[in-house]
Design a protein around this ligand. Structure first.
Ligand SMILES: Nc1ncnc2c1ncn2[C@@H]1O[C@H](COP(=O)(O)OP(=O)(O)OP(=O)(O)O)[C@@H](O)[C@H]1O
Ligand SMILES: [Mg+2]
Length: 394
């Protein structure tokens, strides 16, 4: 099963491109599901059909769905959430406010991903296309399993240990609501089964993110950062789609000739920035791209030379090399800005921060006793060298 996630800055054409990809793939024989993971669903508008949380068949082999994160959340987080609401209310927080406060950060994104994973597991489809929310929310979505898994791995045993000792005593002494074993069971299920499965799915070689851009500087700049951050979390990006490119006939007009020249320049720039990831070209259409027919025509133009579900570029993985007694980690981090980068080794983990994102990379056992002696950008990678701490001292 192939999973393709479309992201990019607001309004660049993510939903249109995701829908066109799905229509094209279905017409070329793939059993396809396109899912909207953006709370501001517009997939239905693009298809000119009302969509719901259950897949609707729009054409042979083509299904579409709008994931209802709120409804899914009740199913996955019900018990943990109602415990938090009870607890807050007991502390004198008004019911309505308690409901708001108990909205766990990240829960909505996580729930959306769980729904994606459930569809991926059905084996009913060859291709699952996900229309994500604009960049920031999409990155939160994609990087969340890694972050949540880490947080829960630390917090859960701690909470369980405290509850194991304190709950029986406390139950006799105070009237405060206390977590029961069902709350822990839910959290365990989330940690050990679902988060792990999600993490595996988003970093699988069959999963790719595709970044949609328009030939505008700010859009390209944001895409460049997205590419770096996706790489940090080992999510492969297999294509960039440059949308709204002027038709070649437009260059006849002197006014558009200048636009066409700038576009060519931006196309070259994007090709260089993202190399070896290919840039697919999507033309500016003469009207909004809605309805099956227009989407199919648009998809045919984007995928003139490649298949919509093909793995268009293979992302390099984190690699550890040995050099005698010392080791080197080569972490793909294309376009990383050294000024926004921070690398620290804490115990058995290497923490890499680039701008707002942080990844904690578990180190192989042999590297754990070594110290970081250098960390620098070499081409598209961050190279971190490890060596035994110098003996001696005062
Ligand atoms: N190549 C194109 N030619 C003409 N119109 C386009 C093209 N691509 C997108 N559009 C139009 O631009 C508008 C925005 O597109 P779309 O909804 O796909 O963007 P989006 O990135 O999903 O936006 P949002 O960030 O709001 O989710 C829509 O009206 C769509 O029909
Ligand atoms: Mg959209």
């Amino acid at each position: 099963m192939r999973l393709v996630l479309y992201t990019g800055k607001g309004g660049v054409g993510k939903t249109t491109t995701a829908a066109a990809t799905a229509v094209c793939a279905a017409q070329r024989g793939r059993r396809t599901l396109v899912a909207s993971a953006d709370a501001a669903h517009s997939l239905g508008d693009v298809f000119e059909k009302k969509l719901g949380p259950q897949p609707s068949e729009l054409a042979p082999r083509l299904h579409a769905v709008e994931i209802d994160a709120r409804a899914e959340m009740a199913r996955h987080w019900g018990r943990i959430r109602s415990f938090l609401v009870d607890l807050l209310q007991h502390q004198g927080v008004e019911a309505v406010v308690a409901e708001e406060l108990a909205l766990l950060p990240g829960a909505e994104e996580l729930t959306t991903l769980l729904a994606v994973e459930a569809f991926a597991r059905t084996r009913d489809y060859d291709l699952l296309v996900v229309d994500c929310a604009p960049t920031d929310a999409a990155l939160r979505l994609i990087t969340l399993p890694d972050i949540a898994h880490r947080a829960l791995r630390v917090l859960l045993p701690l909470a369980r240990a405290v509850a194991g000792v304190a709950v029986p005593i406390a139950r006799a002494l105070v009237s405060m609501p206390l977590p029961d074993s069902a709350v822990f069971r839910d959290a365990d299920r989330l940690l050990y089964r679902e988060l792990r499965a999600l993490q595996k799915r988003v970093t699988a070689p069959t999963t790719s993110a595709r970044i949609v851009v328009t030939p505008e500087r700010m859009v390209i700049e944001e895409a460049r950062r997205t590419y770096t951050e996706l790489s940090l979390f080992e999510v492969g990006c297999d294509a960039v789609v440059m949308n709204r490119l002027l038709p070649s006939t437009a260059a006849v007009e002197p006014f558009f000739r200048e636009w066409a020249r700038i576009e060519e320049e931006r196309l070259r720039e994007v090709a260089e920035l993202f190399a070896p990831v290919p840039v697919l070209r999507a033309p500016l259409q003469d009207d909004e791209v809605t309805g099956l027919e227009r989407l199919a025509a648009h998809g045919r133009r984007i995928f003139e030379r490649v298949e919509p579900d093909a793995l268009l570029s293979r992302a390099p993985r984190v690699r550890f090399d040995r050099h005698g007694e010392n080791y080197r980690a080569v972490i793909p981090l294309p376009n990383a800005e050294p000024g926004r980068l921070d690398v620290v080794k804490i115990d058995d983990e290497l923490t890499i921060t680039t701008g707002p994102r942080r990844r904690c990379l578990k180190l192989p056992r042999r590297i754990v006793p070594l110290d970081v002696v250098s960390a620098k950008i070499e081409g598209p990678s961050l190279v971190v060298c490890f060596a035994r701490a110098a003996a001696g001292g005062p």
